[in-house]
Design a protein around this ligand. Structure first.
Ligand code: HEM
Length: 326
């Protein structure tokens, strides 16, 4: 048994065994189907309701801190909801509920993002402890039957670690099914990036037209900017748009910045009702500059993106309001 001195860091992609040049791990990583995989190899160990479980490391994409999933009516009792992982809608499964156990609760939990051969999903666990390597002879297979999620059991001194089967864990929930239930289309990243890049050289004209359209359509917004240096303001708005464009594939990094911006907007006098008007003015300015290149798909992609940005800003504004009231 090789015990690795690696700790698994929250938020970091889990290291793979690609540095190993020999032994069963290497053979294992080249195997693609579940049936062909040997039982031993590297596993990520985690605890749930005081028991130890593990998943093959080749199927663990990353481990993230628990974030409350948005609930969806997926029709699957142990699907807690969905999270947005860098623009991808990922179903999150309550493993404790599925195994008939009681987890320790939301606050301390982690979500392990696992890949089956066709999909990815998050699995809520109590704590991720370590990466271990087992030889095949240290692992006893468990019979596959029905909904049984257990693939094998590994013995380590006085510990018994149950190795779970990712394929069987995710059977019955595909990302597409859950996405449909969530009614949450994934952001059209390529479309957003390409269209923004097309207009970026005319960025100053874009923000200029945005404010003209905004004040035309919503004259009541103009007094909010009475003390504002508009030249600087336009540059800052363009900077924010560029930031969003460059962070579309890293929403985890973008969210705190947008929340902080939303919190600052409370002091500027921005109200939740103002956000749709601002969104309409922004889309109108984009459409005007894009001219014939503007399509229904682009309209839909930008509407979705603006909806996401404004909802995160409003969440930041609401939290700032709560903190101020406390
Ligand atoms: C997605 C929506 C929005 C984005 C991306 C955005 C972006 C920005 C940025 C980057 C600034 C510069 C100051 C800072 O970063 O704090 C700013 C300032 C400002 N925003 Fe927004 N904003 C949005 C929505 C709104 C709405 C709905 C209102 C309400 C009418 C509003 C009113 C203002 C005002 C009055 C200022 C000027 C503050 C000053 O005088 O310094 N914004 N906005």
């Amino acid at each position: 048994m090789t015990r690795l001195n690696r700790t698994v860091r929250t938020g970091a992609p889990v290291p793979r065994s690609s540095t190993d040049s020999s032994g069963p791990d290497n053979e294992r990583d080249t195997m693609s189907t579940e049936l062909a995989e040997p039982l031993g190899g590297q596993v990520v160990v985690f605890s749930l309701a005081g028991k130890e479980f593990a998943l093959p490391i080749a199927r663990v994409q990353e481990i993230i801190r628990y974030a409350k999933p948005r609930s969806v009516s997926s029709g699957v009792s142990w699907v807690r909801g969905v999270i947005n992982l860098r623009g991808r809608i990922v179903p999150v499964c309550d493993l404790a509920a599925r195994l008939g156990e009681v987890g320790q609760g939301d606050g301390e939990s982690k979500i392990v993002i696992i890949e089956s051969s066709s999909d990815i999903a998050g699995v809520i666990v109590d704590e991720v402890s370590e990466v271990l390597t087992f030889d095949d002879n240290q692992v006893d297979p468990l019979p596959a039957s029905g909904l049984n999620l257990f693939r094998a059991v590994a013995k380590l001194d006085d510990r018994l670690i149950v190795i779970l089967d990712p394929e069987r864990m995710l059977a019955g929930i595909t990302g597409a099914q859950i996405e449909q239930a969530a009614g949450a289309p994934v952001l059209q990243l390529d479309l957003l990036e390409q269209s923004f890049d097309l207009l970026a050289p005319r960025g100053e004209e874009l923000v200029e037209r945005f404010y003209e359209i905004l004040f035309e359509r919503a004259p009541a917004a103009e007094p909010l900017f009475a003390q504002t240096d508009m030249k600087r303001q336009k540059a800052m708005l363009l900077g924010a748009l560029v930031l969003v464009r460059n962070s579309l594939r890293d929403l985890d990094g973008l969210v705190p910045k947008l929340e902080a911006m939303g919190a600052r907007h409370v002091a500027y006098g921005a109200l939740p009702d103002h956000y749709p008007v601002v969104g309409e003015a922004l889309l109108a300015a984009l459409a005007e500059l894009a001219g014939e290149a503007w399509t229904d798909d682009l309209e839909a992609a930008w509407t979705e993106a603006y909806g996401l940005v404004s909802s995160v800003m409003l969440a930041g504004a609401a939290r700032a309001g709560l903190a101020a009231a406390a």
